[in-house]
Design a protein around this ligand. Sequence first.
Ligand code: ATP
Ligand code: MG
Length: 296
Amino acid sequence: MARIERAARVAVRKSSGLKFALSSFPDKVTIPNLVEVEGVTFGYDRRRPILRDIDMVVPRGRVVAIMGLSGCGKTTLLRLIGGALRPDRGEVRVEGRSVKGLSAEGLYAMRRKMGMLFQFGALFTDLSAFDNVAFQVREHTALRGALLRDLVLMKLDAVGLRGAAHLMPSQLSGGMARRVALARTIALDPMLIMYDEPFAGLDPLSLGVVGKLIRSLNDALGATSIVVTHDVQEALAIVDTVYYMSLGKVEFHGTPEQVRASGHPSLHQFAHGEPDGPVPFHYPAPDYAQDLLGGA
Ligand SMILES: Nc1ncnc2c1ncn2[C@@H]1O[C@H](COP(=O)(O)OP(=O)(O)OP(=O)(O)O)[C@@H](O)[C@H]1O
Ligand SMILES: [Mg+2]
């Protein structure tokens, strides 16, 4: 078994052209879903629920997108999966274990296996690209010296930026900075990688590069990824499954093909970027003619 796993790792690394020091395949594929969200309801205060009865599964090895309009609760859902928030009702399970049942050490151990690219996740401006990635490794491991250096360079190489290791964030383009943040996110070979709006503010070229990296890093690391994004076209090109949320509920889930073919009205509007539909362009207002004439 160990021999096969080793051979598989080599094959994946060769086929992806990426090199990793500590490629970590999931231990044993006993639980097919790495993340299970069951009947989760949550509100920051009791009066206003943000998420309502959410069910979601993230199978091992897959890349899953969570999409939906601004404010529908996507980042909140990632915080619940990461154990930073606790559901009011329902349960989040990671590797089959209920997150709310974990002790502080259990939670810490679980988070160590997760990589998170935060929404607007900035680099430390006074640290070089190299030190931004190294910081993450130093924080969580005892690796120092040549081993640390090699690991950081391998991670930067995986995102195509080994040659930019010495540059400061102010010397990087937006797309490059995002890739350094990606290298930092995968520095410890997480089993679960969560990306919150990884494409925000990128030009189409950088966006395509980051999208392909998300997919290839997931596959090369044998990881599982959740991508929260508004970018429908890029997401549909790289993910296996889409969850579409609206007003705190899952409205639709399916493959990218099913999303494209979906007759679901608000998903169709979202996926095709139509300005008007079930989500109206106009904020509710009195009759236009009457409003104008009323002023006369
Ligand atoms: N810490 C907080 N305290 C109180 N309310 C919050 C907090 N964080 C988010 N909210 C509210 O929860 C709702 C969902 O926010 P969330 O950030 O999860 O949305 P989102 O889907 O990620 O939106 P976006 O696409 O704009 O990032 C919003 O109405 C927001 O105002
Ligand atoms: Mg958000």
